[in-house]
Write a protein that binds this ligand. Structure first.
Ligand code: ZN
Length: 262
């Protein structure tokens, strides 16, 4: 399997990143994609990348927007082509970036979020890289913005998909894959499971969103999510779709390899 969204550069992994990686390997996780949060942390994100196994993405997370100026974002994005060129096969996507209506909307208005997304999309198109898109309580705004920019096929992934099953075909028509995280493991998870069932089998991805979103079924007392927990997410999605777990693990890995050209 491939964990398509793990913040493996997070400080919470500093003391045991190596043993986390070994546990992930034992669970059948073959690679991770590590999305960036904000430009002042990009070097940290890049520093955890390792050939053939841990891949990075570069971008500005919507939750970082209130603290970063437009000038700083433009300047950082200008550096992305050279950062990618210096690290062939290590930077595999642009993101995360996106739409979030749960944050400080005075300093990160929906219009500003859409503008920042459009700058990221330009870089992604120029470099031929997919986008890693975060959408939280903002699906209408996201779809409107995504429909306005011209994106290649495939365009990228909507990570930790939280929208309804009805919106799945709209995202797929725009060239997006849909990725599922720990929410599918909750006993009350009706909506994310309905969405996971609605995704075409060649557009389905799995992620942990580690260290956030610790899945149900994690060892007693553990609250930090880690990539090894991808197995729990694979099992929940396979059960919801009525599919063989091994086949689903294999197919979602192929989907990730295709999208990110791994
Ligand atoms: Zn994330």
């Amino acid at each position: 399997m491939i964990d398509t969204h793990a913040h493996f550069d997070d400080e919470s992994f500093d003391s045991d990143r190596e043993s986390c990686w070994e546990r992930a390997l034992r669970e059948g996780v073959r690679a991770l994609v590590v999305p960036a949060i904000s430009p002042d942390r990009w070097q940290r994100t890049l520093s955890v990348a390792r050939e053939g196994a841990v891949f990075a993405a570069l971008g500005v997370h919507p939750q970082a927007l209130p603290a970063v100026s437009d000038e700083a974002i433009r300047a950082a994005l200008d550096d992305v082509p050279s950062l990618v060129r210096e690290r062939p096969k290590r930077v595999v996507a642009i993101g995360e970036v996106g739409f979030d209506h749960t944050i400080d909307l005075e300093r990160a208005s929906p219009a500003r979020q859409a503008a920042v997304f459009a700058w990221h999309a330009e870089v992604a198109v120029a470099l031929g890289l997919p986008l890693i898109v975060h959408v939280l309580r903002a699906h209408d705004a996201a779809l409107e913005a995504l429909e306005r920019v011209r994106l290649p096929r495939p365009a990228g992934v909507i990570h930790s998909y939280s929208g309804s099953a009805e919106l799945v075909p709209r995202y797929e028509r725009l060239g997006f894959y849909l990725s599922f995280a720990g929410a599918v493991t909750r006993r009350t998870a009706k909506r994310p499971l309905a969405a996971a069932r609605a995704v075409s089998s060649d557009k389905l991805l799995l992620e942990t969103d580690a260290p956030d979103q610790c899945p149900t079924g994690a060892p007693e007392g553990v609250t930090r999510c880690e990539p090894a927990m991808l197995s729990l997410i694979a099992r929940a999605v396979a059960t919801a779709r009525g599919e063989d777990e091994a086949a689903l693990r294999e197919r979602t890995e192929q989907n990730a390899r295709r999208l990110f050209a791994l």
